[in-house]
Design a binder for this molecule. Structure first.
Ligand code: ADP
Ligand code: MG
Length: 249
């Protein structure tokens, strides 16, 4: 039976295994993320959350299983991989901006190189995105001249400039001073409300309750719980999740 196009999940992971040497970091992960869904991934340090994100855009090759983005299997390498990766935006804990390029250049580089946009068009789009994340006045500055919150908003704008189908966030606010956390979460909440498909690793439980459609709780390379936020926070099933929530709430 062939599913109708709209039924194709944005992300499909099937029996994904990942090892680092003898360490089994992702254990036969099966995960479908429907279009427009916001998934928050929780779990103790070392449970495999970052590896899961990195596998989804093939920053980490997997050892077994398959990953599809919008029905297309992740290519192993080359131009096809670059293009598919452009569909999957990623924002890291460390903002990973190019230090020797201005904010505007950071945002326009990918669209010009990978998407083949003209410089003018890329700059117009970039300014719209910088406005959306509230930092148009920083366009000509270098990353080091910005606050952490501004840099992370620039990193989000840079990822969005590729017009991704999915956005992955790996602890995007963990490196920020507390007073800057909300300005980044607000941008993410806006994206979620606009229907972006998102996978977000975070310790911000307020964001999880407010913006997530679904919470995954990982432990030792497995998805131990998969539930709506209300359900997960209200009545976690596993001892691991209860223990985890006891420590952070
Ligand atoms: P989390 O993001 O949940 O803290 P990670 O996905 O970063 O967990 O890591 C999962 C496990 O894999 C940990 O035990 C970690 O030490 C290990 N690991 C992560 N990256 C590497 C690597 N490049 N080489 C070897 N081991 C790694
Ligand atoms: Mg991590």
């Amino acid at each position: 039976m062939t599913a109708a196009p709209t039924d194709v999940p944005m992300i499909r992971m099937s029996a994904v295994d990942k090892f680092f040497g003898s360490l089994h970091v992702l254990r036969s992960i099966d995960l479908d993320v429907p279009k427009g869904q916001v998934v928050v991934v929780l779990g103790p340090s070392g449970s495999g959350k970052s590896t899961l994100c990195r596998a989804i855009n093939r920053l980490e090759p997997i050892n077994d299983g398959s990953i599809e983005i919008d029905g297309v299997p992740l290519p192993a390498e080359g131009r096809a991989l670059a293009e598919l990766r452009a569909d999957v935006g990623m924002v890291f804990q460390q903002f990973n901006l190019f230090a020797h390029k201005t904010i505007l250049e950071n945002v326009t580089l990918g669209p010009i190189k990978v998407r083949g946009q003209s410089r003018d068009e890329a700059q117009r789009d970039a300014m719209t995105l910088l406005e959306r994340v509230g930092i148009t006045d920083q366009a000509q500055k270098y990353p080091a001249q910005l606050s952490g919150g501004q840099q992370q908003r620039a990193a989000i704008a840079r990822a969005l400039a590729m017009k991704p189908k999915v956005m992955l966030f790996d602890e995007p606010t963990s490196a920020l001073d507390p007073e800057m956390v909300n300005e980044v979460l607000d941008v993410m909440t806006g994206l979620a409300e606009e229907g972006m498909t998102m996978v977000v690793v975070t310790h911000e439980m307020g964001f999880a309750r407010r913006a997530a459609h679904r919470v995954l709780f990982m432990a030792d390379g497995e998805v131990v719980e998969d539930a709506e936020p209300q359900k997960f926070f209200g009545e976690p099933k596993s001892d691991r999740a209860k223990d985890f929530l006891g420590k952070i709430l």
